[in-house]
Ligand binder design. Structure first.
Ligand SMILES: [Zn+2]
Length: 100
C-alpha cells in the first residue's frame, strides 16, 4: 500500500519512532494515536467501499478538516474525515467521485 506522506503516515510529522506493518507495508507513525487513527480510517474506507484491501492513500488538509483519496485498482473513494483526540474516527463522509 502506498501513502503520500513521507513523515508519519497520517499527519506527516517527522518526529517519533514508531514503525508498524499495515496492509503488508511497514509504515512510520509519530505516535500510537496516529497509528490508531490510520487503522480506523483504513478500516472505515474498506467497509465503506467494500474492498478487502487498499492500494493507495492520499491524505490532504489539516488537523480540523482532512480529506482522503483511496484507490484500489481502477476504483477510487474520496471522503472527508476527522478524529477524536484518542484517535477514534469522529467523522467520515464519503464524497462522490468527480466525473472524469
Ligand atoms: Zn502522526
Amino acid at each position: 500500500m502506498k501513502v503520500n506522506y513521507t513523515g508519519c503516515a497520517i499527519c506527516d510529522s517527522s518526529w517519533g519512532d514508531l514503525w508498524e506493518e499495515v496492509e503488508g507495508t511497514r509504515l512510520f507513525f509519530c505516535c500510537p494515536v496516529c497509528l490508531r487513527q490510520f487503522r480506523e480510517l483504513l478500516e472505515r474506507l474498506r467497509t465503506s467501499a467494500g474492498w478487502d484491501s487498499v492500494d493507495e492513500l492520499e491524505i490532504a488538509g489539516d488537523r480540523r478538516r482532512r480529506t482522503v483519496r483511496a484507490r484500489r485498482g481502477t476504483e477510487e473513494l474520496r471522503a472527508e474525515f476527522a478524529f477524536y483526540p484518542d484517535g477514534r474516527l469522529r467523522l467520515f463522509e464519503p464524497r462522490a467521485a468527480r466525473p472524469a
